[in-house]
Design a protein around this ligand. Structure first.
Ligand SMILES: CC(C)(COP(=O)(O)OP(=O)(O)OC[C@H]1O[C@@H](n2cnc3c(N)ncnc32)[C@H](O)[C@@H]1OP(=O)(O)O)[C@@H](O)C(=O)NCCC(=O)NCCS
Length: 159
């Protein structure tokens, strides 16, 4: 079945393909202190438990992606990243909405994620999507200065 969701800025969302690993690693590296190598994205893309969505233009130039893993009745947002050029245009929200549409048809009944407690844009996005903070994990994210940031664990029901 062909899957295609409209997104802002003339973009659309579709499921990722194996050839997308390199662009995902590029956007991830632009977005996080510790980027993940392309090979890591290749293995997520080959994992049937993972749902991966890309936001791209008609020429399939990638603006962002979201990666979700399902385990029994739980879904976990492993990562989401939007190219800095495209941020603030509701691309992140469109990626998550596409994922929710598919998750409704999956066995997952609840979704979890972890986010740096100082990551204001991401926390606002998640709250807008109905996630609530349920706990914290201290010393979770390494920082360039050697310290470690606290993670907020957030969750929302699906369906
Ligand atoms: C977090 C991220 C994916 C959001 O993507 P985005 O496409 O810029 O977000 P959207 O434009 O869809 O914004 C959706 C909501 O998030 C919030 N938001 C987004 N950017 C924001 C910012 N800079 N400041 C405050 N709130 C922000 C807003 O509430 C917004 O809703 P609104 O426009 O209706 O007010 C993007 O900032 C990013 O890639 N950041 C770096 C990677 C990252 O931190 N990922 C999350 C790790 S857990």
């Amino acid at each position: 079945m062909l899957k295609f969701w409209m997104a802002p800025g003339g973009l659309h969302i579709e499921p990722a393909e194996p050839r997308d690993a390199r662009d995902m690693a590029r956007i991830h590296a632009l977005s996080f202190y510790r980027g993940w190598p392309s090979a890591e994205f290749e293995s997520f893309l080959a994992d049937r438990a993972c749902l991966t969505y890309v936001a791209c233009d008609a020429r399939r130039r990638m603006a962002g992606f979201a990666l979700i893993r399902i385990a029994a009745d739980e879904a976990e947002l492993l990562t989401i990243a939007v190219d800095p050029k495209w941020r603030g245009k509701r691309v992140g929200r469109a990626l998550m909405d596409a994922a929710f549409a598919d998750l409704m048809l999956s066995p997952a009944r609840r979704m979890f994620l972890e986010v740096d407690e100082q990551n204001v844009p991401a926390i606002r996005l998640y709250k807008r999507l109905g996630f609530e903070a349920i706990s914290t994990r201290k010393g979770y994210y390494p920082r360039p200065d050697g310290s470690a940031a606290t993670a907020l664990v957030m969750a929302r029901d699906l369906g």
